[in-house]
Design a protein around this ligand. Structure first.
Ligand code: GRG
Length: 300
């Protein structure tokens, strides 16, 4: 079993790795249009947890894929995530002033620049997937990855989940409807990380792919349940975004619908189901097991 210290070191290594890739792919802020490029870099290179790249690297490590083959995937998904946060924070959506402990993109720059930074980041993610020379040379596989990212980040995935989220504000929704929203809004991109990394492998079997996808679905939801719990029990400084913002916006959450204790139990149940899903793997998947544990234990 990978111990906690080794796990923490691995997380650090993965973060450093993707930060390097992001630094390389993002246009320099001295390039015109300067303000747009500054806004893109400001939003991506902040202090995010890099959860999605970590999942890409951990899946690659489980499947014995050299990490340089998935750097582009990790960077592209983190860039999609950054775009989603910029747009989520806009006045037309959650209207937030604070993200990752500093002003949101539209507060630091202006609203038009923030919209454009999100748009340009989304385009950059797909540019990376077509241009990264370290990724698989197999064009059909690369196309399958691009399809995954387009599908899971679009109206049938993350953007669709955001639409459901906005439509549910102030409404009484049940737990199944809440889960549907999060499966799309947060879960879809988490599944993408694992599926895109697995698509790099020459040897992954259908059964292994299914097992990893099942794991991804469980941790995608547990991540969100914990996020809802932290919005209730944590503080603005630790979260780097306003605590209590869900309640403030009258958003349905797991603690609001089933109570704090039941939400905690739900997170642990999903963690157990995630572990069960990857039973077919041996010690090579310990990193994924520890990530699932991290998701339900995290404090920010
Ligand atoms: C605007 C198309 C569009 C989509 C927005 C992901 C999303 C959809 C909105 C984010 C709102 C939110 C707070 C969702 C809860 C879970 C979540 C995705 C939190 C943010 O991700 P972290 O915790 O953030 O990985 P860091 O800053 O660590 O990268």
């Amino acid at each position: 079993m990978v111990d906690q210290q080794i796990f923490n070191k691995l997380l650090q290594d993965y973060k450093q790795r993707v930060d390097l890739a992001l630094e390389n792919w993002l246009p320099l802020e001295t390039l015109n249009p300067v303000k747009l490029h500054q806004a893109m870099r400001y939003s991506v290179l902040g202090s995010g947890k890099r959860v999605r790249p970590v999942l890409v690297y951990a899946t690659a490590s489980t499947l014995g894929i050299p990490l340089n083959q998935v750097d582009g995937i990790a960077a592209a998904i983190e860039i999609i995530h950054a775009y989603s946060l910029i747009h989520d924070d806009l006045p037309a959506m959650d209207d937030d002033d604070l993200r990752r402990g500093r002003p949101t993109c539209h507060k630091q720059f202006d609203e038009a620049t923030a919209i454009l930074a999100g748009d340009a980041l989304q385009a950059l993610a797909f540019y990376i997937l077509t241009h990264d020379s370290e990724m698989t040379p197999d064009a059909s596989r690369r196309l399958a990855m691009i399809e995954k990212l387009a599908l899971f980040s679009g109206s049938r995935g993350m953007a669709g989940g955001q639409a459901i989220d906005l439509a549910s504000v102030g409404k009484d929704i049940n737990i199944a409807e809440l889960e549907t929203m999060h499966i799309h809004k947060t879960g879809a991109l988490i599944r993408t990380c694992i599926q895109m990394a697995a698509l790099t492998s020459n040897t992954v079997s259908d059964a292994q792919f299914e097992a990893l996808d099942c794991y991804a679905k469980k941790i995608g939801l547990s991540f969100q349940v914990q996020d809802d719990i932290l919005d209730v029990i944590s503080d603005t400084h630790t979260l780097g975004k306003p605590q209590g913002s869900d309640a403030g916006l009258d958003k349905p959450t797991f603690p609001a619908i089933i109570g704090l204790q039941a939400a905690r139990e739900k997170a642990l149940e999903l963690h157990q189901q995630a572990l069960d899903a990857i039973q077919c793997f041996g010690a090579e998947a310990d990193i994924l097991r520890l990530i699932s544990h991290w998701f339900v234990q995290r404090s920010h």
